[in-house]
Design a binder for this molecule. Structure first.
Ligand code: HSE
Length: 434
């Protein structure tokens, strides 16, 4: 049993620095809640000068080599907030081997190497806690592991990338193009100089992969995720979706089906009446559907120093309580159900929005309708838009009833080959979230 928990921090940037500050600021409350004093005694980071200024004379050992954390026998916990796969993964594996508990915010590492990391931690009897890896300050991991643990989880859908959500909100508010709104996000510091991971959906896919494994008791399987980002979205589709009563959001979705687990990230039309449609700007939100509780939504800041520090410190509190009282931690994943497979994307069921550029001449609607009929796809609504000024053809916008991804892809291929069709089909999925 301990009354002081010694913490080593790997990374002292936005999240590491904020973690240090909040631990100091709220030290008295944290001790009251956990029964121990949490003390950062060692920091490893790249920019020593900046770190020294931030530490402001505090008694903390500072260096640039992560091995220093592993080799320090006085440390109970290593907090990894460096990001990126390496050297983060080597540090985490070495810390586990050295018998240290680990708190990490690293979604890319866990979504890719989580099985190896958790099985090493299991074998060594240490905790790897990762609340900060998904949706920043929103306590979704704890919600799934603790507050919702009575439920059979049916599905989870989340707006879990603030950068993309900011871009989509700005496109809607201003009618501006994707490129212009990305530039705005970069100017405001919401998007990185290289925004690929955020806008192409990988960041959201890392997060939904972790939530999926937690919810359904499976190993993490990032490779099973279908990933489509927002970089090809056009302002016109956001406008047409609005006319139809929907907002376009980048969703991470995972669902339990009788044929396997669905795992996907893509822009989706969300009915305006859903709370999720009102999640704007850089905010995140996650909806969980449990068999007993129904739907639960958590909303909050998905990034930023102190919101992410809030999640890191929640994990530190768990580890500290465990060290203070000798309680074992809440298990990370349930018993892995090896029977559960992943659903091939062709079998996923959705309803769809299609925008099709066509010649404005007799018989075109009939041609397109025939393709839907031939693929057993039922059309919910169809509208013909006025031809844009100067354009020779026109556009039709179609909403379908539920069908499979396989059927819609076949239909799109056939439609694009029609002589009367003048452009690639824009295809978006609709999620009712009910
Ligand atoms: N870049 C992420 C986002 C935050 O835009 O939400 C960290 O995962």
């Amino acid at each position: 049993m301990k009354d002081i928990v010694n913490i080593g921090l790997a990374g002292f940037g936005t999240v590491g620095g904020a973690t240090y500050e909040v631990l100091k600021r709220n030290a008295r409350d944290l001790t009251r809640r956990t029964g121990v004093a949490m003390r950062v005694t060692r920091v490893v980071c790249r920019n020593q000068q900046k770190a020294r200024a931030r530490l402001n004379g505090d008694d903390v050992q500072l260096s640039s080599d992560w091995h220093d954390l592993v080799d320090d026998p006085s440390l109970d916990v290593v907090v990894e907030v460096m990001g990126g796969i390496e050297p983060a993964k080597s540090l985490v594996m070495a810390a586990i081997k050295a018998g240290k508990h680990v708190v990490t915010a690293n979604k890319a590492m866990l979504a890719t190497y989580g099985n190896e990391i958790f099985s090493a931690a299991d074998a060594k009897g240490v905790t790897v806690a990762f609340e900060a890896s998904v949706a920043g300050g929103i306590p979704i991991i704890k919600a799934l592991r603790e507050g919702l643990s009575a439920n059979r989880i049916e599905w989870i859908a989340g707006i879990i990338n603030g950068t993309s959500n900011f871009i989509l909100s700005t496109m809607r508010d201003t009618g501006a193009s994707f490129d212009a709104c990305l530039a705005k996000a970069q100017e405001l510091g919401y998007a990185e100089a290289d925004p690929t991971f955020d806008i192409e959906g990988q960041d959201a896919a890392h997060k939904i992969t972790i939530l999926s494994a937690l919810a359904f008791g499976t190993p993490v399987n990032y490779g099973a995720a279908m990933i489509e980002g927002i970089s090809k979205l056009e302002a016109v589709d956001i406008r047409y979706a609005e006319e139809l009563g929907y907002r376009i959001k980048l969703l991470g979705i995972t669902k339990r089906t009788s044929e396997g687990v669905e795992l996907r990230v893509h822009p989706a039309l969300v009915p305006m009446r859903r709370l999720m449609a009102s999640v704007e700007g850089v905010m995140n939100a996650v909806v969980v559907k449990g068999d007993a509780v129904g739907t639960v939504m958590l909303h909050g800041r998905g990034a930023g120093g102190e919101p992410t520090a809030s999640a890191v410190i929640a994990d530190l509190c768990d580890v500290s309580r465990m060290l203070a009282n000798g309680n074992s931690p809440v298990p990370i994943f349930g018993e892995h159900d090896q029977e559960v497979g992943w659903l091939p994307i062709e079998k996923t069921v959705s309803s769809y929005y299609l925008r099709i550029g066509v010649k404005d001449e007799p018989g075109v609607l009939a041609d397109v309708s025939r393709v839907f009929a031939d693929n057993a796809i039922s059309v919910e609504s169809m509208m013909q838009k006025e031809a844009p000024v100067g354009a020779s053809g026109t556009e039709i916008v179609i909403m379908t009833h539920s069908t499979t991804e396989g059927a819609i892809r076949r239909a799109v291929r056939t439609i694009e080959a029609l002589e009367s069709v003048t452009s690639r089909v824009v295809l978006l999925r609709k999620e009712e979230l009910n």
